[in-house]
Design a protein around this ligand. Structure first.
Ligand SMILES: [Fe+2]
Length: 504
């Protein structure tokens, strides 16, 4: 037994070629795990970042000032006997010694294993896959998640998500939080001050990425990521922070740069100054097209002081935009080109109208689409007036599970349902949570298009097939201590060609 185990551990290392550029790194630099993302029918991005001392204050993870060669290997088996491709990438200090390898030439609809080697150390092995080729309607499983505050709970839901073996993970933002150590309360503690500088953000990502449950989720499947607000600062909007502060644009530039460094993104997403092109489309055969939206960089500042008020009319101004004009045009054009069975929108904030004020008056969240109603109306009209066959909106942000039907006219519940919205709760933000909240029944009663609420932590597992889409709202009973089990709180099915939620 022991002999076999040793042989297995040694064999893979022998597969690598000799390193070209030696480095003085002695400790294991693979403390942040591995990741993959951006799958196409013939490729995927594989990622790692070298950091032998991940929590170093300067954000450089204990790496020397120079560049380091990192070997990578992709195989069809987890013992790396059948190697499909291998090569050498450079981990440069300018990008915090991160490595993003854009693989091409792989088989479509196929699973692969990958790993890295540097300074005599071998990384953990990641599992990934390519998308299906055009024409395929083979079913797939997508798990989607958002909002993992390290201080407020253990990342058990990420571990359970990995255990579900998804084909794809969609992360809808608040991957990390900017707050200073001790700011969130809860069982764990952030390292460092509130993140403002590039060093702060790099150090904070490194801390999050040392989490074994998060590493397991990254190693299980390719991810598609978008940020929300906390990757930069609470409720920022375009060039504006929610709390006035000097040097916000420098802060935004630092935050976006660190985001790129720490995510399995393509080079096309590398920020230039304060700008980063993050909105994009991913095709999965003829089954699904996933439109990943950026609802932070191009938005107008929140209406009505970003407060929930019943008399806010500013939000109805047709000139207001959440997506920006260019991204809106890109999305509407994508709808016109649609050939997919399911068009999926991966985005951050609540899309459906939600009246949060019980009784008289309507109180809506100005940070969500309700604060940018004309922009939303044009997108809904774009779905209706296009070949889009089934539209499903995926949402994060609100630290609770919701399921909703999207009406053609948000204000008119008798207008046809044209899409469905699935909102995932947080991984850990908000602590343990509870199934319901004091105001839940009042909110549900005033919003008949909303069919489900749950205030616990978890994620959503979505099975997408040619004839139906099934969403399982996964919940864990606690995050204040590790190791919680997971269960399905509710399941809904949407049939092909019929945008309605059927409770299972
Ligand atoms: Fe959040």
């Amino acid at each position: 037994m022991l002999k076999g185990a040793i042989a297995l551990a040694v064999l893979p290392v022998a597969g690598f070629t000799t390193e070209r550029r030696r480095s003085p790194v002695l400790a294991d630099p693979f403390t942040l795990g591995v990741a993959s993302g951006e799958p196409t029918a013939d490729g995927v991005v594989i990622w790692t970042r070298l950091a032998p001392s991940p929590l170093a204050d300067d954000g450089l993870g204990g790496m020397p000032a120079g560049a380091v060669d990192v070997e990578w290997e992709v195989a069809t088996d987890d013992r790396f006997i059948r190697v499909a491709q291998r090569g050498i990438a450079t981990a440069a200090p300018e990008l915090a010694h991160s490595v993003h390898v854009e693989l091409t030439g792989l088989r479509s609809g196929a699973h692969y294993f990958y790993r890295f080697r540097a300074a005599g150390h071998v990384s953990p092995t990641g599992r990934t896959r390519t998308a299906q080729a055009p024409g395929s309607l083979a079913p797939m499983t997508i798990c989607f998640a958002s909002c993992s505050n390290y201080e407020q709970g253990w990342f058990t839901a990420y571990r359970r998500l990995a255990d579900d073996h998804p084909d794809l993970v969609v992360h809808l933002g608040d991957y990390q939080y900017e707050y200073a150590a001790g700011g969130g309360g809860g069982p764990r503690r952030h390292v460092g001050p509130e993140t403002v500088t590039l060093a702060n953000y790099r150090q904070r990502y490194a801390q999050y990425k040392t989490d074994p449950d998060l590493q397991a989720a990254h190693a299980a499947a390719p991810w598609l990521v978008v940020f929300d607000d906390h990757e930069v600062a609470d409720n920022w909007a375009g060039d504006a922070p929610s709390v006035p502060q000097p040097g916000f644009l420098d802060r935004r530039a630092a935050a976006l740069r660190a985001y790129y460094e720490n995510m399995p993104l393509r080079r096309s997403a590398m920020p230039v100054g304060i700008d980063m092109r993050l909105y994009r489309r991913v095709h999965w055969g003829d089954l699904a097209t996933i439109h990943m939206l950026d609802t932070r960089q191009y938005r107008d500042d929140q209406a009505c002081g970003d407060e929930i008020r019943t008399d806010c009319t500013e939000r109805l101004d047709p000139a207001r935009t959440l997506t920006g004009i260019e991204q809106e045009r890109w999305l509407l054009n994508g709808f016109q080109q649609s050939r997919a069975r399911w068009d999926v929108l991966g985005q951050q904030v609540f899309f459906s109208q939600v009246d949060l004020t019980p009784g008289q008056g309507r109180g809506v969240n100005p940070d969500a689409w309700d604060g940018y109603t004309a922009n939303r109306d044009r997108i809904v009209a774009g779905i209706v007036d296009s070949p889009v066959r089934n539209a499903v909106v995926l949402t994060g942000d609100v630290h609770s599970h919701w399921a909703a039907e999207v009406h053609e006219k948000a204000d008119d519940p008798s207008s046809p349902v044209v899409a469905t919205e699935l909102v995932t709760t947080s991984i850990s933000s908000g602590g343990d949570g509870s199934d319901g909240r004091d105001e839940t029944s009042a909110v549900l009663a005033e919003n008949p298009h909303i069919r489900y609420f749950n205030g616990r932590r978890g994620y959503v597992r979505m099975r997408v097939a040619s004839d139906e889409l099934r969403a399982d709202f996964r919940v864990v009973p606690y995050v204040s201590r590790p190791g919680a089990p997971v269960r399905t709180g509710a399941s809904f099915v949407v049939g092909d060609g019929e945008p309605a939620l059927h409770s299972m």
